[in-house]
Design a protein around this ligand. Structure first.
Ligand SMILES: C[S@@+](CC[C@H](N)C(=O)[O-])C[C@H]1O[C@@H](n2cnc3c(N)ncnc32)[C@H](O)[C@@H]1O
Length: 257
């Protein structure tokens, strides 16, 4: 059966309208990150309360973070467009986060964490060491691209994300086709994603997605600590644990060219 072009347009328009209505109602209800928003936590712990309390000048709940989309440099870091703006996803207790902020005072750094305790530990660690260029936000990294406009970000660091090794859970892995497609739009030209993991299975999986993406992989090793990249590598908290267990660390760096 041949469908008339006019019918196709009618059908497409109907779908678009449905999508629009759905999107509008989603916006009315607020963010849907598949996590409970901080404002809805009935009895916040010290750490959950500290985001909007003690550390409110340096840490952002999901909605505050979302409101800075496209305005991180200007409204949060108070710097101009030429200042590099990096992102660390899953800061844990923040050893790399603080190290990065101290090592590169000429750059800005945003950390993303889903758990309150490591989130506050990270920002507290950076502040205690005198950093003024670091901020942290609570967000589900599976939707991280929502926080930035195109070309807003410089380098992105992903160190030891949850590996989700069970077959049925692999869909939860942070690195996938959608993630790389979206992050590629958000990063500036010549910036990179640095990815480290102890899980060979996750690494092979992620490598396939990187190869299929627009990123260009320029550094890669299945044994970081025996490689030429070891001398410039900062050992994170989780990395230390894996090294003690003699687990090899997989590493790749992929650029937006
Ligand atoms: C294995 S730890 C690694 C911490 C640190 N990068 C390191 O190397 O020591 C993974 C971190 O990612 C955070 N995380 C896990 N899933 C996340 C998500 N969907 N969004 C944001 N952070 C997440 C966890 O809370 C945890 O702190």
């Amino acid at each position: 059966m041949r469908i008339e072009p006019a019918k196709i347009i009618e059908f497409t328009t109907t779908i678009d309208t449905q999508v629009l209505i759905c999107y509008q109602s989603f916006m009315k209800e607020g963010l849907n990150l598949h996590i409970r928003l901080t404002k809805n936590i009935p009895k916040p712990t010290y750490y959950a309360a500290a985001i909007d309390g003690e550390f409110a000048n340096y840490s952002f709940n999901e909605e505050r973070a979302h409101a800075f989309r496209g305005k991180w440099r200007e409204d949060v870091f108070k710097v101009n467009e030429s200042v590099p703006f990096d992102l660390e996803i899953g800061t844990g207790n923040g050893f790399y986060f603080a190290h990065h902020a101290i090592s590169y005072p000429e750059r800005c750094l945003l950390g993303i964490e889903i758990k309150y305790k490591p989130l506050i530990q990270s920002i507290r660690r950076a502040l205690r060491q005198g950093c003024e260029n670091a901020r942290i936000a609570r967000y589900n990294a599976n939707y991280i691209w929502e926080l930035f406009k195109d070309n807003e970000l410089d380098n992105v660091y992903i160190h030891f994300p949850d590996p989700w090794v069970k077959r049925s859970k692999k869909k939860n892995r942070l690195i996938n086709a959608k993630f790389l497609l979206e992050m590629h739009k958000k990063q500036k030209e010549n910036s990179f994603i640095e990815f480290k993991t102890d899980s060979l299975d996750y690494f092979i999986w992620a490598h396939e997605f990187f190869k299929a993406s627009e990123y260009v992989i320029e550094d890669l090793t299945y044994d970081l600590h025996s490689s030429k990249f070891a001398s410039t590598n900062f050992v994170t908290h989780f990395e230390k644990i894996f090294i003690k267990q003699d687990i090899k660390i997989n590493y790749l760096k992929a650029y937006k060219r």
